[in-house]
Design a protein around this ligand. Structure first.
Ligand SMILES: Nc1nc2c(ncn2[C@@H]2O[C@H](COP(=O)(O)OP(=O)(O)O)[C@@H](O)[C@H]2O)c(=O)[nH]1
Ligand SMILES: [Mg+2]
Length: 73
């Protein structure tokens, strides 16, 4: 059985990735969020399956690296 889960949010800019993470933490919709939310770690006791869960937001910096990576292929 997995001891840790890592969820990486990827998608076009403006689709609501950072809002999704912030809404989860605050338990309500936040209209003004920072462009890149720091990694969130949910302890096992706070999850239904008792597994440490990491949520990783991504943004323009990762996208730039991806573009460089794919342009080198
Ligand atoms: N109406 C509505 N707006 C949303 C929703 N989720 C995000 N937004 C808005 O969409 C915009 C982009 O959200 P953001 O989380 O920054 O997107 P990201 O670039 O994917 O991280 C912001 O103005 C948010 O307030 C949603 O479920 N409903
Ligand atoms: Mg964002």
């Amino acid at each position: 059985m997995k001891q840790e889960i890592r969820i990486v949010l990827v998608g076009e800019s403006g689709v609501g990735k950072s809002t999704l993470v912030t809404t989860l933490i605050k338990d309500s919709f936040v209209s003004q969020v920072q462009p890149l939310v720091p990694e969130v770690t949910i302890p096992p006791e706070a999850t239904p399956e008792k597994v440490t869960t990491h949520i990783i937001d991504t943004g323009i910096i990762l996208k730039k690296f991806a573009l460089i990576y794919f342009s080198l292929l």
